[in-house]
Ligand binder design. Structure first.
Ligand SMILES: [Zn+2]
Length: 86
């Protein structure tokens, strides 16, 4: 066991999907574009809250439309929607 990477996840067995891509629906931006880039919202949790020695940065991945740059609102967790104006 290599203890240099204590946060590394153990290898996972490949997951079998019980649906095919044909069963899924498309996510489309209001501008009609279906291509998205992943970007990141960053928030800081004060060390007073976390009890750690330094403030903690929280990274939240979000998808933005490649064409118009709008955030894909339906993919945002409700908690995040309340924090940002999209
Ligand atoms: Zn768009």
């Amino acid at each position: 066991m290599n203890n240099n990477y204590p946060n590394m996840m153990p290898p996972q067995a490949p997951r079998q999907l019980n649906y095919t891509l044909k069963d899924t629906r498309e996510i489309k931006c209001s501008c009609g574009c279906i291509f998205f880039d992943m970007t990141t919202i960053m928030r800081v949790a004060s060390r007073l809250l976390t009890g750690e020695d330094s403030d903690a940065v929280v990274r939240i991945p979000i998808a933005v439309c490649r064409k118009c740059g709008k955030v894909v609102e339906e993919l945002l967790p409700e908690e995040i929607k309340a924090l940002i104006s999209v």
